[in-house]
Write a protein that binds this ligand. Structure first.
Ligand SMILES: [Zn+2]
Length: 385
């Protein structure tokens, strides 16, 4: 069996302080509700929270506010392999599973995927299991499987815990089959439903579960996360935290985007330096480097080059207020802008546009970037006066 490692203690989940203390209190007061509905956007961390809560219940050496992380139950949780923990999530058929798909068929994919990230969307999960355009759901077969599992004796007399991700995707037959268990659960059974939207749930499910409402993650929690985990400055962290709307999935997207922009900046600076120097060998190496990036990246890079050239023009016309650039870009543009002027800007933009057009139509990128570099060299040599 492949083993996975995933640390999902309360302290590893960002924000959600109220929900965490509510869940911890239930355990400490020995008043665990047998069916709970954790509700909030995908990027707010409901799924991760459900798992941390399950781990806390099983922990043999609980601390006041968290699991110990080292007892035998915690170790099984860290490996995603506790025999009394069951996951249910929407699935559909794919090339491997041709009929009657249930969560169990995809458990390896689930463990691998979930251990890579605490926050993800339903769409990302569907892409992971390659169900293409099919609608994933939780079927009546699934309910049958859950009931079967709950009838098995639990390991060492612990709680049997079922985490159902996206109960909105349960069809009526599946929900009806489960309802009796939600209503009259067998001893030491716990259902944790993790939903995004209570409106999409059957009323009967709502009425049989206790609601734990999540909220967007507080800005200060995100800033703390970004400064400690990503070593970003307070200013950078605040900027990202304000724009991601308390949502970790958006935050990760924004970080990826910033990273792509950073690498484009280096690449663009290097390219322009080479176009000025115009040394054949180095240009060939550059064209090879770009060719190895793949078409999407090449298109992104050409768009970025256009953006930088426009920024130069804006600077030349002193419309500073329009510049939305990083310190590194500003530094480069200061020296580069004098080479961009009204005698070459239109043609430069047009060449970059044409290149983009040809990349989309599968032109050979190495030849294309060699050719483009020669043109850019000639255009940069044009004097403004
Ligand atoms: Zn423990």
């Amino acid at each position: 069996m492949i083993s996975y490692f995933c640390k999902m203690l309360f302290k590893d989940i960002i924000g959600q302080t109220t929900a965490k203390s509510n869940l911890i209190k239930q355990v400490r007061d020995n008043r665990i509700s047998h069916a709970q509905l954790i509700c909030g956007q995908e990027g707010w961390g409901g799924l991760a929270l459900a798992l941390a809560y399950a781990q806390y219940i099983g922990c043999e050496n609980k601390k006041d506010n968290d699991s110990c992380g080292t007892c035998s139950s915690c170790i099984k949780y860290n490996k995603f392999a506790h025999p009394d923990l069951h996951f249910v999530y929407p699935v559909a058929t794919n090339k491997k599973v041709s009929s009657a798909p249930v969560s169990e068929h995809y458990i390896d994919e689930w463990r691998a995927f979930f251990s890579q990230q605490k926050y993800f969307t339903l769409q990302q999960w569907f892409e992971c299991i390659q169900i293409e355009n099919k609608q994933g759901n939780i079927s009546v077969n699934e309910s049958q499987e859950i009931i079967k599992k709950l009838n098995l004796k639990s390991y060492e007399g612990n709680y049997k815990i079922v985490i159902i991700w996206y109960p909105e995707k349960m069809n009526v037959a599946a929900a009806n089959k489960l309802l009796k268990n939600l209503e009259e659960p067998s001893d030491k059974t716990l259902f944790l439903l993790v939903a995004q939207n209570t409106d999409a749930l059957l009323k009967t499910i709502l009425s049989r579960t206790q609601l734990i409402k999540l909220h967007r993650i507080a800005e200060q929690d995100l800033v703390q996360y970004l400064t400690t985990v990503y070593s970003l400055s307070i200013d950078q962290s605040k900027k990202i935290a304000q724009q991601c709307d308390g949502d970790m999935i958006k935050l990760v997207e924004m970080l990826d985007q910033e990273k792509a922009e950073d690498s484009n900046t280096d690449l663009f600076k290097n390219w322009m330096r080479l176009c000025f120097k115009f040394k054949g060998g180095e240009l060939v190496n550059f064209a090879e480097e770009i060719a190895s990036l793949g078409r999407e990246k090449q298109k992104q890079f050409l768009n970025y080059a256009q953006y930088m050239i426009r920024q130069c023009m804006l600077l030349n016309y002193q419309t500073n207020s329009l510049l939305r650039i990083s310190a590194e870009e500003a530094d480069f543009i200061k020296n580069f802008a004098p080479f961009i002027h009204e005698k070459n800007i239109l043609q430069l933009t047009e060449e970059l546009n044409t290149a983009n057009f040809h990349i989309e139509r599968n032109a050979n990128p190495k030849i294309l970037f060699m050719d483009l570099s020669i043109k850019v060299n000639a255009l940069l040599s044009i004097k403004s006066q």
